[in-house]
Write a protein that binds this ligand. Structure first.
Ligand SMILES: [Zn+2]
Length: 78
């Protein structure tokens, strides 16, 4: 099957429109995420703790959970 130049252009344009729709969808999705306060945050209890303090909130910064707690306090989302 041979496409005319006009048909090729129509197909190209259709492809452009479809890609644009996709980008719009992605933009809307990230905008919706932004409304919820940015990146989804893991609950602190899911962040690994290597200092052995468990559910205690006072972890040293050498502990991944302690780092996460500090980062959240700084961001004001704790
Ligand atoms: Zn810890």
């Amino acid at each position: 099957m041979e496409l005319t130049e006009e048909e090729k252009q129509v197909l190209q344009e259709a492809g452009r429109i479809l890609r644009r729709m996709n980008t719009d969808k992605q933009r809307q999705a990230s905008a919706a995420n932004g409304k919820k306060g940015g990146r989804p945050q893991k609950p602190l209890s899911e962040i690994p703790c290597n200092c052995g303090r468990g559910e205690d909130e006072q972890h040293p910064t050498s502990c991944p959970r302690g780092l996460a707690v500090r980062r959240r306090m700084k961001a004001g989302t704790s």
